[in-house]
Design a protein around this ligand. Structure first.
Ligand SMILES: NC(=O)c1ccc[n+]([C@@H]2O[C@H](COP(=O)([O-])OP(=O)(O)OC[C@H]3O[C@@H](n4cnc5c(N)ncnc54)[C@H](O)[C@@H]3O)[C@@H](O)[C@H]2O)c1
Length: 342
């Protein structure tokens, strides 16, 4: 299969490596708005850099989009209109109304599309989902979601990212839905700038706390920061009536226990690239299978839309200091409230 990779930045280079190593890839065509970025990724992986995105799409049998978030909507549209099976990094699009338009386009076209919420491919997260589905945890009381980045993203990334809730916490919102199988009914979120005032200059925040409530009453408690001096700390903890389990808690968890009998720890997770390397590889293997018609999308445009609705609700909640019901987050509502959404 000829696969076009659009966007050869931090995550694009990792995807290039995994795609190049997949025996199903006959040729990897790499395009980026910055031709040098495409050339470097091609040189490092044995792929071929292509001067324009259009050329890469014209030559490809399937597409992986890892360009900046503000480019996703147009690139997904171009790929789907060509009928190409498409993988797109999260979020599906920068804005909720664009996301909704894409969901319609994708569903009508029936072109297979997978969105890059890689935690769905992490072994511990998958086991968590299995346990919930099998009822082994009993009734879930509460889910704790932790997302503390090791380092903030480069300053140039911030203005095109969509803001912390839509760029980062959206992973936690998707994981909350994925693991519990439930839908969020309401959100109360607070955000603040504690790490670096560059976030404030871009009307963004770098430290977040949020309470989520599922329709069945289960609570979610999210904490997220753009910096953690000990490393990249992504966890989920579920407390149920029959068991209590955690994902991301182990010898590499970047938090120093002060308990006298705590076991010595190993080198902490440094970044998303290493923490989720296996999950990124597995999600692209799933994409290749989907592109060959062997399986359905494991993370649909509809899933991405639901995660985006929660992210928009959280952003409004933070801005307006109030609980936001997800029922408010429909397209008409977004058009009214769009301006203040960071
Ligand atoms: N799933 C994850 O864990 C994860 C992690 C990091 C980033 N991401 C997502 O991946 C995307 C890229 O993030 P990144 O950290 O690699 O960013 P980055 O800034 O390192 O790279 C983005 C690349 O996209 C290119 N680009 C921008 N607009 C383009 C266009 N119209 N056509 C072609 N190329 C274009 C840029 O030149 C740059 O090389 C973002 O949407 C981000 O949300 C996901």
């Amino acid at each position: 299969m000829k696969i076009a990779l659009i966007g050869a930045g931090r995550i694009g280079r990792l995807h290039a490596r995994h795609l190049a190593a997949d025996p199903a890839t006959r040729e990897l065509l790499i395009a980026d708005a910055l031709p040098k970025a495409a050339e470097t990724a091609a040189r490092d992986t044995g792929g071929r850099s292509v001067p324009t995105v259009d050329e890469a799409l014209d030559l490809a049998d399937a597409v992986v989009i890892a360009a900046a978030t503000d480019a996703h909507a147009a690139l997904v549209r171009a790929a789907v209109e060509r009928g190409l099976p498409t993988f797109v990094e999260k979020p599906l699009a920068l804005e909720l109304n664009e996301t909704e338009d894409l969901v319609e386009l994708i569903e009508e076209s029936r072109v297979p599309v997978q969105v890059g919420f890689q935690r769905r491919f992490d072994r511990a997260y998958r086991e968590g989902r299995r346990l919930v589905e099998a009822g082994e945890l009993g009734r879930i009381y509460l889910v704790r979601l932790i997302a503390h980045d090791a380092e903030p993203p480069p300053p140039a990334y911030i203005p095109t990212s969509g803001g912390m809730f839509r760029d980062s916490s959206i992973h936690d919102f998707d994981a909350f839905r994925y693991i519990t199988g439930g839908e969020v009914e309401s959100v109360f979120a607070l955000g603040t700038v504690r790490v670096d005032e560059v976030f404030e200059r871009h009307d963004d925040v770098d430290t977040v706390g949020a309470l989520l409530r599922l329709a069945d009453g289960t609570l979610g408690v999210l904490s997220a920061t753009r910096h953690n001096p000990r490393g990249y700390d992504i966890r989920m903890e579920l407390v149920g009536a029959r068991d209590s389990v955690s994902m991301g808690v182990g010898p590499r968890t970047p938090s120093r226990s002060l308990e006298p009998d705590a076991s010595p720890t190993e080198a902490a997770w440094e970044s998303f690239l290493t923490r989720f390397e296996d999950a990124y590889r597995a999600e692209l293997a799933a994409f290749v299978a989907m592109a060959r018609g062997e399986s359905d999308s494991p993370c649909t445009a509809g899933d991405a839309f639901e995660a985006m609705r929660i992210a928009v609700a959280a952003t409004i909640s933070h801005r307006e200091s109030r609980v936001v019901k997800l029922a408010e987050i429909a397209r008409s509502r977004t058009e009214v409230t769009h301006a203040p959404v960071s």
